[in-house]
Every structure is written in C-alpha cells, then in structure tokens.
Design a protein around this ligand. Sequence first.
Ligand SMILES: O=C(O)C1=C[C@@H](OP(=O)(O)O)[C@@H](O)[C@H](O)C1
Ligand SMILES: C=C(OP(=O)(O)O)C(=O)O
Length: 428
Amino acid sequence: MKYSVSGGVKLRGTIAVPGDKSISHRAVMIGSLAEGPTRIENFLMGADCLSTIRCFRAMGIEISIEKDNIVTLVGKGLRGLQEPGDILDVGNSGTTIRLMTGILSGQPFFSSVTGDESIRKRPMDRVTIPLTRMGAHIWGRENGRLAPLAIKGGELYPIDFVSPVASAQVKSAVLLAGLFASGQTRVEEPVKSRDHTERMLRYFGADIEVEGNRTTVTGFPELTGREVRVPGDISSAAFFIVAGLTTPGSELMLREVGLNPTRDGIIDVLRQMGGRIEILNEREVSGEPVGDILVKSSLLRGVEIDGAIIPRLIDEIPVLAVAAAVADGETVIRDAAELKVKETNRIATVTMELAKFGVEVDELPDGLRIKGGRKLQAAFCDSHGDHRIAMAMAVAGLVAEGETTIDGWEATDVSFPNFGELLEKIAR
Ligand SMILES: O=C(O)C1=C[C@@H](OP(=O)(O)O)[C@@H](O)[C@H](O)C1
Ligand SMILES: C=C(OP(=O)(O)O)C(=O)O
C-alpha cells in the first residue's frame, strides 16, 4: 500500500496518539498471569499487540476486545496457562517473542514460537542464553540464536544475570521467568532500559526491588487482576512532535502521553536542539507518569547524541534523523548499534531513505552522521516493512518540496494504525 503526503503544510490542533505498545503488551501478559479480571483501557489495537492477545488466547486465556480500545481478560494465575495446540505466531513483534519466551520458560508444557521474516532474522540468543541458565530447554535455528524456537520449561532456578546489552526485552524476559523461580532473580544492565515490566509487575502485586541498573524480582508472587489505563505512546507521539517542530506555523497539543523517564529522551534531545516543547498537566496513571505535550514550530540546530540517553530514545532515532536533516549544522548519533537488529537495520534504512530527499547522511558503525539545513526534495520511499521507517519518511515528506510517497505503508499497522487519520485532522 502506498501513502502520500504533501510538503508545506502546517499542523494545528489537539490529538491523542494511540496507547503505548510496550505497556499494552505487558498488560495482557501480566494480566494473564494474575488471578482474576483485568480491564485495559486505551489498549493499542496495532498488529503487534494483537499478536500478543492471539498468543495468550492460544494458551487458554479468555480475552475480549471491546469497543473504544478496551480489552478485558480473566487471568488464571501463575500456573494457569495451557499448552498451545499449535505454533505461537508473534507476527512482527520482537517484544512479544522475547517476553513470551521468558514466560514459556516457566511453563511445564511444550511450546514453539515463530514470527514473520523480520522476526526470524532478529537475535534470540540474548534471551535464550539466560533462560537456559535458569533451567529452561530451548531449541532454535543456529543453535538457539534464531526463531522458530521450541521451548520446554518448568520450575526455574533464580539467577543473577549481567546483561551485555541495555535491552528491556532481555531484562523483561528474565524477570518474567523469575516469577517461576523460588527466590530472587536479578538482572543488571549496562545502561538503564525502559522499566514498564517492573512498574506493571509491582502494580499487579509483585515484589520488585530496583537499585540503580539492578532489578530484583521475587519468585511466585501473588498477582491480582487490575484496571490498567495505557498512556499514549511517546514513540508514536515523537512523529508528531518532530512534525510540529519542523513545519513552520505549527502548534500542536498531544494529550495524555506517557512520560516515563526511561522513555522520554526524545524530549530532552529536541529541547537541546532548540525545540519549543512544554509539558502540561503531569500526573500518574496506573503506575506510569503521563502529561500533555505542547509543541510549537522551532528553528532547530544539530547535536551529538550518544551514551546513556540512547536506550531512552532508541525507537525515535529514525524520526530524530529527520529533525537532524532539517536542523542547522551537523548531528552525530553514536552508541546505537542496537538499531541494526530492529525490524530492519535502521542505520541502513534511515540512511538509504533520507538520502532520497537529498539529505547528506552517512552510516556509522554504531549510528549516523547527518548534515542538516538543506531544503528537502520530495521522494519516493520504501518502508522496508518497518513501521518506524514509514512514518519517519512521512514526516520528512511534510517538510519537503513536493509530494512524497511511501511504499509499504501497511507496516504502520504494527504500532500506529490511525497515523494518516490523525495527520489529516491537523494538517492545514
Ligand atoms: O521492551 C519493549 O517493549 C521494547 C524494548 C526495546 O527493544 P530492546 O529491548 O531490544 O532494546 C524497543 O526497541 C522495542 O520497541 C520495545
Ligand atoms: C523495535 C520495535 O519493536 P519490537 O522489538 O517489539 O518489534 C519498535 O517498535 O520500534
């Protein structure tokens, strides 16, 4: 499917972006392991979170998708999942396969998990290695490195795991497996990654301790079903924040966006670039900080982005690269080699697609160098099947001269099915 945007628009008005993808996945998974009903409001009805629902239904959890983005389910407790009758298919969702593999490691039954072509290329050994140490039996292609995976679990041993990567999916897989281990399971990461699993486990009643970059979970907690309201996804808001800053004459209000400090690096960097961003009405909802974000068009300048901030904005780098292309001066992004193992190699796909707009962009081993300030020319882009590449290039199209077309637009269904509808609502 193709999608086109015209350059030269301004964006004005108020919108609410869809619910957070990371939190929606976790609400279904942890709700399924809790006792009794869980009701999830503002659930992300994107393909990835629907894959999580499909997998947990296949393990015997009754999950209803109701109107107005409400999901209700009845959890059966830590020992309530049933052996799935078929292969579990996670589609395009890395979060689903890695977190669920942690949960499946604690189940006394056999399961197998696979996903689409992109998922079957992404590294799974980062979770299968610690989970095997905990006592799970996991097989996969290339010695357990690649899906499909086959898992035979059971009661696990608690471990102290020092993760070589700052990855919330790795941390979460081990912490979720730790629910099925007597004693304390500990994960230490080199840089703090998003902490939604820790927050949601605590919200459902688990004992979670956090000291710096070290998180400890105590096995076999009593988890009780809850009401969860999912905040708007800051990773989806990021497209509109950058669009609002870079299109002249824009003023945009984004309501109820998640502002978890492990996720809001994009706001810090865009402010450092000169972006006028105000946060209003800060509050806490279901254990997560949220607020409204007011964005006004701004003159941006290049920056250096590296080190501990990277995990706080990892999924926003494609759209940050668009901000950098518009900004005056050079932007250098480093320490972001993790981008190579996302839905696509995002260092390569961002470079290839941004260059089509006439942007001077160089691929670095662990990031990007972008020389900004030149007027972008409309382009014919390819999503490469990656939702974030598709939407980042649509944002580039809004500041380019002429009409930009993105092929493979259906990828946006993964995290932001109504992107086009919201854009049309505010484009003038
Ligand atoms: O835990 C999560 O919900 C996610 C963690 C991040 O991946 P990594 O754990 O691989 O860094 C992120 O890129 C992904 O979109 C969602
Ligand atoms: C990397 C992403 O997701 P996942 O790892 O869940 O596929 C993403 O949404 O940008």
